[in-house]
Design a protein around this ligand. Structure first.
Ligand code: URA
Length: 255
């Protein structure tokens, strides 16, 4: 790799909001796989800003030209880049229509998803499917779950369904970003606080962020409640708000 290639490569990841890059099989979470090997450090001073501002003219292209989801999946391989690999059964890459104008992003796989390798197939997933299909039907939009694309910030189940750690989000987030660049959707729906933080860099809670358009690079992002939160019986008001958010997204994307 020439110095010019290396500079372009680092600029590309900086534009994605990455602060640090790790060689495959290395990094802070890959403790069982050997010594950490950092080859780039602090290439972006302001990742959160970079992720919400529109791209700066003249910066590097969004993705390696024409990268497909399959290529992203192949690059993930039998991933051991972070500690989440230690307890996983299956990597949960994503599912649905890879040309979808709408992508839903959750936090990370739960037990059912880890067993099947498919995102949002447990109770929360069933609610998400109902939310998508019932809201679309009510609004006169012909849409099934398989018409959209669904994935998560982290692709391996965090032990005990804990929230992913910042380093896990950063390492796995680069694959989420590459998925989004391959799909180039018209809009993204961030389900819950982890997805909202990964995509927008904003630290406020979902209650503050939901219901308004934010951005991941130049793609509009709507934050709404995670379906697991909506499953709790005392969150009726949040349910109504999530339905409102979804209606807005669906009309924006499909009208
Ligand atoms: N919760 C998530 O965030 N993602 C899934 O795939 C399932 C549950």
């Amino acid at each position: 790799m020439t110095p010019d290639d290396l500079r372009k490569y680092l600029e590309y990841y900086r534009d994605l909001g990455m602060k640090e890059l790790y060689r495959r099989g290395h990094g802070p979470g890959a403790r069982s796989r050997g010594e950490e090997t950092r080859f780039a450090h602090n290439i972006s001073e302001a990742p959160s800003e970079a992720s919400v501002l529109p791209p700066t003219p003249g910066t590097q292209p969004l993705a390696p030209e024409g990268e497909s989801l399959l290529e992203v999946l192949q690059d993930i391989g039998d991933c051991h880049r972070c500690r989440l690999c230690e307890g996983r059964n299956k990597i949960v890459f994503g599912a649905g229509n890879e040309h979808s104008p709408l992508v839903f992003v959750g936090e990370g796989p739960g037990a059912d998803e880890d067993a099947q390798g498919i995102p949002f197939v447990g109770r929360a997933g069933q609610l998400l499917t109902q939310m998508i299909e019932n809201t679309a039907k009510k609004e006169g939009i012909d849409l099934r779950r398989e018409d959209v694309y669904i994935c998560n910030v982290v692709k391996c189940r965090p032990p005990g369904n804990r929230t992913p750690e910042p380093d896990e989000m950063e390492i796995c987030g680069q694959f989420l970003f590459r998925q989004l660049m391959a799909i180039k959707p018209k809009a993204i729906c961030a389900l819950g606080g982890t997805a909202a933080r990964a995509l927008t860099g904003r630290k406020e809670g979902v209650t503050k962020l939901r219901g308004k358009w934010l951005r991941w690079r130049d793609i509009p992002v709507m934050v709404t409640y995670h379906p697991s939160y909506l499953l709790r019986p005392y969150n009726q008001n949040a349910k109504r708000e999530a339905w409102e958010d979804l209606k807005r997204i669906l009309h924006f994307v499909y009208d």
